[in-house]
Design a protein around this ligand. Structure first.
Ligand code: BV8
Length: 235
């Protein structure tokens, strides 16, 4: 039974977007099946072959207009609107489906496909559908535009703010993440230290599944919708 004023902190991964048609990373036919992580999701890979990396993200950005939020994204937006306590979504995903599903308070800790970053002056602007290596920064004009994505070995965004939210969580829910990537995979431990009740939504236990007190197994479009209904339905 969730307290009507409970602060709910949610971490999402690729699994919440799977039913919208966006490939996850670690499924057999997933994103990493076609590319080695080191080649497309590291600063070294970008330095080595900027064309390959920029086109890897161009292809994923081009897919966004073809996909839509699913019932899980919409359920989280519904929770944020109707739950009297604070609801925070921290996503590892770089797609825009949480926002298009109606969520307002979303932290993209690994960046966003729809954002571009200047490697020289750290300016950010809406990414064009197709980026090319050496695109000029609209502010400093340096030919230093890159996808605004946090690669392996780079610091995820807004970590202090995220840890502050985790420290205040009454409920922590991880949805559709394999628990392979840190620091996100360590959030459940942080939330438990704060005394939060922890729930994992997945098709199977994740690499940190044993750290969760509760598991709701099945496709997120069903399990998350049922969970939200169980909270809102009583308020
Ligand atoms: C950092 C952007 C430090 C790119 C991504 C050894 C131990 C601990 C850590 C490390 C280590 N060695 C290296 C590290 C650090 C490293 C790391 O964790 N490596 C791992 C691989 C060991 N981490 C980092 O480098 C991070 N930075 O540590 O910085 C630092 C300190 C000081 C100064 C500077 C730096 C940065 C990590 C961010 C990397 N970028 N994304 C892109 O998107 O292209 S990570 C990438 O994988 C994704 O963004 C995603 O975030 C992440 C994890 O993937 P998931 O979302 O979990 O997806 P996955 O496919 O794995 O799983 C899907 C799940 O959904 C499955 O469980 C499946 O069962 C489930 N599912 C599927 N369908 C459904 C479903 N569930 C419900 N319903 C369904 N329908």
């Amino acid at each position: 039974m969730t307290d009507p004023h409970a602060k709910i902190v949610i971490l999402t991964g690729a699994g919440i977007s799977a039913e919208s048609g966006i490939e996850t990373f670690r499924a057999e036919d997933g994103l990493w099946a076609q590319h080695r992580v080191e080649d497309v999701a590291t600063p070294e890979g970008f330095m080595r072959d900027p064309e390959l990396v920029v086109n890897f993200y161009n292809a994923r950005r081009a897919q966004l207009p073809e996909v839509a939020p699913n019932a899980a994204h919409r359920a989280l937006a519904h929770l944020e609107t109707h739950h009297r306590g604070e609801v925070i979504v921290i996503t590892q995903n770089v797609d825009d489906l949480h926002e298009r599903g109606g969520s307002q308070s979303v932290y993209h800790m690994h960046g966003e496909l729809n954002s571009a970053l200047c490697a020289a002056c750290e300016n950010r602007w809406p990414a064009p559908m197709v980026m090319a290596p050496g695109d000029p920064c609209p502010r400093c004009a340096a030919p230093a535009a890159r996808p605004d994505i946090v690669w392996f070995g780079e610091m995820p965004y807004e970590m202090d703010t995220l840890f502050a939210h985790l420290g205040q969580a009454d409920v922590f829910a991880a949805i559709g993440t394999s628990g392979n990537v840190y620091p996100a995979a360590g959030f459940v431990a942080e939330a438990r230290r704060a005394g939060a009740h922890t729930i994992e939504f997945n098709l199977e236990p994740s690499a940190v599944g044993n750290q969760f007190q509760e598991h709701r197994t099945g496709p997120a479009s069903r399990t998350v919708s049922d969970w939200v209904l169980s909270i809102i339905g009583r308020q």
